[in-house]
Ligand binder design. Structure first.
Ligand code: HEC
Ligand code: HEC
Ligand code: HEC
Ligand code: HEC
Ligand code: HEC
Ligand code: HEC
Length: 471
């Protein structure tokens, strides 16, 4: 955990040189990254990494403090391959924004610039990796006094708060939704996880559905947790400060099992426990990756139960706002119309009950927009803009709605704001360049094109605008 992110400086990287379809990506051992497609080529520098490399490692580049993920990641035992979710891209893909959540789980003391989607002070985290404070709370008083009473000892908290310390990063369920007014970055050891997040899981999860960060929910369903209750937690088997070396891991974990199962005749005669009770299985949300099954099955060879597609709150209570947000994300990822409908119904219900926060209003705006209720969508987008926290994508849509209503000047204003908040957003630049062309502001159009190409060197939409500009 301590090595889970950081500046690239000094790190040596396995060189990369691949062609995939019409794309070519290459990286030198010191992070110089080159890209090429159809005669268009350029380069940038990887400056930050995420992932210790125990499983894999992703690389980030930055421009003006805005952080983006590179399209290739490195996987242990396999080497270079697509970053998760990039598998089907046929054009250069350099502009996936790194949202604060990502750095918050992999680093300490995140330095996000408010009002931006992915802008940070440099370096983007005060400390790479998971620092002491993430589990022990702020250390200033402790350092001044040297007294152990001044830091939080997770194992001495109530079980609910103790488990919250690990849950802040290890529990996401199928979807997790921040509660109104809460931000993941503000969570401190000894806070209650349930006050920050609503977590949703499938009502009956498919047994083979191991996804990244599913350890917590899996353990919750285990016979051990049901039998031992709150006595069993992550710390029953893991030492937060130290990982056992691979060669002695089997013996190390057996000893942990035997703290509770020493009276089982069956256990006593076995030399190790993991191959049968905690097997490794492939992940569903990342290729080339496998995880340890924390549901500790009695018989791992049994037929997995079939899953259901109903969401339920994993723990704590969930409101229609939170359930609606969860369905909206699932609908968006799977492009499922029925789920879009569910999300819209729930969020409209929440709206009638007084829901007025920016995050949820933005989502409701999107849902109304795609359902063709553009007046209502504009109302929600404008509301979030008044509160001062609009998402860049929502601003792009708001501008499009203004443009359709022949309010092009206002459209330009919100598109510029979108590009300021998220400069890697292609649609913002494309819409701006097109609008400037219509308004006869050709220099502004050229500038928008130039900015777009910094992030999307092979943008097809920009090529068309360039052709129109040349006429
Ligand atoms: C909610 C917290 C959370 C968020 C958000 C998150 N991760 Fe992770 N990530 C984890 C945890 C925990 C692991 C360890 C394995 C696990 O639990 O599945 C992990 C594992 C990884 C690994 C493999 C590391 C290794 O070698 O073990 C990489 C690479 C990674 N994440 C990249 C990312 C990137 C890039 C983002 C953002 C775009 C991201 N993660 C967002 C919590 C998170
Ligand atoms: C991933 C969470 C995590 C991180 C990060 C972490 N610790 Fe801990 N630490 C724990 C837990 C859990 C315990 C309690 C262990 C037990 O009692 O079984 C603990 C116990 C301790 C104790 C003993 C406290 C007492 O009351 O006796 C000290 C001291 C300590 N940690 C210091 C550190 C320092 C220094 C760092 C950073 C270099 C650090 N820890 C990072 C989880 C963490
Ligand atoms: C601030 C986020 C964060 C917190 C808090 C946190 N973890 Fe992690 N943990 C991670 C990430 C990210 C990884 C993946 C590290 C990597 O390999 O890049 C990880 C990896 C691990 C691993 C795999 C081995 C290792 O050390 O990399 C174990 C075991 C683990 N965490 C247990 C715990 C336990 C137990 C707690 C609570 C006491 C805890 N974690 C708290 C983020 C966190
Ligand atoms: C904190 C105590 C504790 C620890 C540590 C623990 N268990 Fe358990 N486990 C229990 C209890 C209690 C039960 C329920 C009673 C029983 O079946 O013995 C249980 C049940 C089980 C079962 C039966 C599950 C079922 O569905 O019937 C298996 C298999 C098991 N444990 C394996 C393990 C393995 C393997 C480890 C170590 C990796 C382990 N346990 C660590 C307490 C623990
Ligand atoms: C009953 C014992 C046990 C408990 C309790 C337990 N783990 Fe594990 N965990 C393991 C074993 C065994 C491994 C595999 C270690 C290895 O392969 O070296 C593992 C591996 C991991 C890994 C590394 C990635 C992977 O899937 O192999 C992470 C992350 C992790 N555990 C997180 C957690 C978290 C978070 C909790 C609490 C919610 C937890 N574990 C509770 C036994 C346990
Ligand atoms: C070769 C595979 C295998 C290994 C290795 C193994 N188990 Fe089991 N274990 C099983 C099977 C299969 C069952 C179910 C037996 C049944 O349902 O009658 C079981 C049942 C259990 C149970 C529940 C019944 C009981 O006797 O309490 C526990 C607890 C358990 N195992 C713990 C362990 C522990 C701890 C270890 C390591 C010391 C271990 N097992 C190693 C296959 C294995």
């Amino acid at each position: 955990m301590a090595r889970s992110s950081g500046l690239l400086a000094g790190l040596s990287i396995e060189p990369l040189d691949v062609r995939k379809g019409g794309l070519r990506y290459a990286m030198t051992g010191d992070g110089q990254f080159r890209f090429e497609r159809g005669g268009i080529a350029g380069s940038t520098r990887a400056q930050f990494f995420i992932g210790s490399g125990a499983v894999g490692r992703s690389f980030l580049w930055q421009k003006d403090g805005f952080l983006f993920q590179l399209p290739m990641s490195w996987y242990r035992g396999h080497g270079w391959d697509w970053s998760p979710g990039y598998e089907s891209s046929e054009t250069l893909h350099l502009s996936r924004p790194i949202a604060p959540e990502c750095l918050n789980c992999h680093g300490t003391g995140i330095q996000h610039r408010t009002g931006t989607q992915n802008g940070y002070e440099w370096p983007p985290v005060a400390q790479g990796g998971i620092g002491c404070e993430r589990c022990h709370g702020p250390g200033r008083a402790h350092m001044a006094s040297g007294s152990a009473d001044q830091i939080v000892n997770p194992s001495k908290l109530t079980p609910r708060l103790r488990d919250s310390v690990c849950a802040q990063c290890h529990l996401t369920g199928v979807e997790r939704v921040e509660r109104v007014g809460r931000r993941a970055e503000e969570f401190r050891a000894s806070d209650d996880f349930d006050r920050y997040f609503a977590v949703f899981v499938w009502d009956r999860p498919a047994a083979d559905g191991l996804h990244t960060t599913s350890h917590y929910e899996r353990l919750e369903s285990s016979g051990c947790r049901k039998g031992a209750g709150e006595k069993l937690w992550c710390g029953s088997c893991h030492d937060s400060h130290e990982q056992p070396p691979a060669a002695s891991a089997a013996a190390y974990y057996r000893e942990r099992c035997m703290t509770c199962h020493n009276r089982s005749a069956h256990a006593q005669e076995k030399e190790e426990c993991l191959a049968c009770h905690m097997p490794r299985r492939g992940a569903t949300d990342a290729t080339r990756v496998s995880f340890t099954d924390h549901s500790i099955p009695r018989d791992a060879t049994g037929k997995p139960p079939s899953g259901s597609r109903e969401l339920r709150a994993f723990r704590g209570e969930a409101s229609p706002r939170e359930l609606g947000m969860a369905w909206a994300r699932i609908a968006n990822a799977q492009r499922n119309e029925e789920d879009f409908g569910k999300a819209r119904g729930l969020l409209n219900q929440a709206y009638s009950n007084g829901m007025r926060d920016a995050a949820a209003l933005t989502v409701l705006g999107f849902l109304e927009d795609r359902a063709g209720n553009t007046d209502r969508a504009v109302e929600f987008y404008e509301h979030t803009r008044r509160i001062g926290e609009p998402q860049a994508e929502a601003l792009v849509n708001l501008g499009a709605n203004y443009a359709e209503r022949k309010r092009l000047k206002e459209a330009v204003e919100v598109w510029r704001e979108a590009a300021r908040r998220s400069p890697g957003l292609e649609s913002a630049w494309v819409k701006l360049a097109t609008a400037y062309l219509v308004l006869g502001q050709r220099d502004d159009a050229r500038e928008a094109i130039r900015r777009c190409l910094e992030y999307h060197p092979d943008s097809e939409a920009i090529k068309e605008i360039q052709a129109a500009l040349a006429q």
